[in-house]
Design a protein around this ligand. Structure first.
Ligand code: ATP
Ligand code: MG
Ligand code: MG
Ligand code: MG
Length: 471
């Protein structure tokens, strides 16, 4: 079957609507009343209020296509075929209603029935938790999957500390030998870090309460929470080598080809640049569309970092001027039918992106020149470490997010003294604090004050990258 991404998304929602689910609209990427999350990173993240019992849903069966941002996968973007910073998660949820058997049988029906996706069942295999014999029996006896295609994996347990937790089962599509056929490869099995067996869907069975004392007791009302990556499904359905080679990304890549004069599909390093740019502009367009803005802290810092990262990659395809803002209408057009919010805000998003690009362009070349010098001089000394002071100077004077300096260092087989950088940040914060006190006593205008605080608001690279995964 050849289906467009829009059709796949719609089929999923239609399927679960037929199974008695209410369709919930995609919620904002900016979490609502949830300080524990920087971004909505999965379908279930917006439904927490139902899962923890704060709100009783109208219908205990819910389905959605939820826009999601994950920064933990940023290093993989453009390298693996399957990771994005922004992606859509399709999900079906049961709040104390149906459980394992329906969840598994429906997933199988959706994937394999010719009326729906119609995958060849022989291409699918699954992983389960080693102790989840219930899931094993359903896969083997009810679905009819053969034993060797049900793999027991220790990691298949969803647990975020206190609260609901439970085993999960993941569904993998075998894309064939051209994606890896080395029988000696210890990772070549569903759930191993390979992309021949592509993880498309995760079904979580939340059946235990993780108690404060560390014990687990069965939940009186068990829940289902599933997440399927739309981009991955579409890549399989459209027989695309990577998620990027689908109708969700190709128009962005083609627009970038035009802007740069470079060609996609000719050179690995350039292709990575095309993919990183396409990925990051989607994330930024949607995030700004949901009213997040680039800044020096929290969410805003991530947007800033993504834009600056894309600009750095753009140099590999000879784009040395602001250009990302020109891709915003392309993103909007691809997503218009399901996410009109981006289309409605194109001029605003473009303005924000362009402004941010211009700001960075003013200093990036000077910064890169300094970085090259630093690297050369460390090498001369026989060192492979960029000092905290140098990294800080790049951050403070040239606007280089520390992660950008780290990645650049990595490309040159060097590392960055992060502790040293942290100390410089702290010293800076201290200076800002005492400056603020001085200024305060002199009753200077608030404008100056806010500039001083902006510098001191860096929240640290750890808190930015260690967002917990929900599924
Ligand atoms: P992977 O092991 O491939 O990194 P995951 O196990 O971390 O994926 P889950 O947390 O189980 O992913 O999320 C549910 C589904 O969402 C996945 O099966 C996948 O289809 C999709 N997904 C997860 N992370 C990403 C991402 N960064 N980009 C695109 N799709 C994703
Ligand atoms: Mg992951
Ligand atoms: Mg996984
Ligand atoms: Mg998973």
């Amino acid at each position: 079957k050849n289906l467009s991404s829009a059709q796949v998304r719609q089929l999923f929602l239609d399927f679960f609507e037929k199974k008695g689910h209410n369709i919930e609209p995609s919620a904002s990427l900016v979490p609502y009343e949830d300080p524990s999350l920087l971004w909505i990173n999965s379908g279930v993240a917006t439904l927490k209020k139902y899962f923890d019992g704060r709100v009783i849903p109208e219908n205990p069966r819910i389905t959605n296509a939820q826009k999601s941002i994950r920064t933990n996968d940023i290093e993989n973007v453009g390298i693996t075929a399957r990771h994005h910073t922004f992606f859509e998660m399709l999900g079906n949820f049961s709040i104390g209603d149906y459980f394992k058997e329906e969840a598994i049988l429906w997933a199988w029906e959706f994937l394999t029935s010719p009326e729906w996706i119609g995958f060849d069942p022989d291409k699918l295999s699954v992983t389960i938790h080693p102790e989840d014999n219930e899931a094993f029996d359903i896969w083997m006896e009810k679905v009819g999957l053969s034993e060797e295609r049900i793999i027991r994996l220790e990691g298949n347990f969803w647990d975020i500390g206190e609260g609901p937790s439970g085993p999960n089962t993941e569904i993998f599509y075998d894309r064939g030998e051209s994606y890896g056929n080395d029988p000696q490869d210890p990772e070549l099995y569903p759930g191993g870090e390979n992309e021949r067996y592509l993880e498309i869907w995760n079904l979580v069975f939340s059946q235990f309460n993780h108690n404060p004392d560390g014990t687990y007791t069965p939940l009186p009302k068990k829940n289902i929470d599933t997440g399927m990556g739309l981009e991955r499904m579409v890549s399989v359905i459209q027989d695309a080598r990577t998620n990027f080679d689908t109708d969700l990304f190709m128009p962005i890549i083609q627009a970038t080809e035009k802007l740069s004069g470079a060609e996609y599909g000719m050179d690995g390093e350039k292709d990575t640049a095309f993919k990183v740019i396409a990925d990051h502009i989607r994330t930024v367009s949607f995030a700004v569309g949901d009213n997040a803005l680039p800044s020096n802290e929290g969410r805003g810092y991530i947007l800033r970092r993504l834009i600056r990262r894309a600009i750095r990659f753009a140099k590999k395809i000879n784009l040395h001027r602001p250009f990302m803002y020109e891709l915003v209408p392309v993103v909007a057009e691809i997503m218009r039918d399901f996410y009109p919010e981006v289309t409605e805000k194109v001029p605003f998003i473009q303005k924000v992106v362009k402004n941010e690009e211009e700001r960075f362009h003013e200093t990036i070349n000077d910064g890169l020149a300094i970085l090259e010098e630093v690297i050369a001089s460390e090498r001369k000394k026989g060192s492979t470490v960029i000092s905290g002071a140098d990294a800080f100077k790049l951050y403070d004077t040239f606007g280089f997010p520390i992660e950008l300096t780290e990645e650049y260092a990595q490309e040159h087989e060097m590392t960055v003294d992060i502790d040293g950088f942290g100390k410089e940040m702290e010293a800076q914060r201290e200076r800002a604090r005492s400056a603020r006190q001085d200024v305060g006593s002199m009753q200077v205008q608030a404008g100056v004050l806010s500039e001083v605080t902006a510098v001191s608001e860096f929240v640290g690279y750890e808190s930015l990258t260690s967002q917990g995964e929900i599924l």
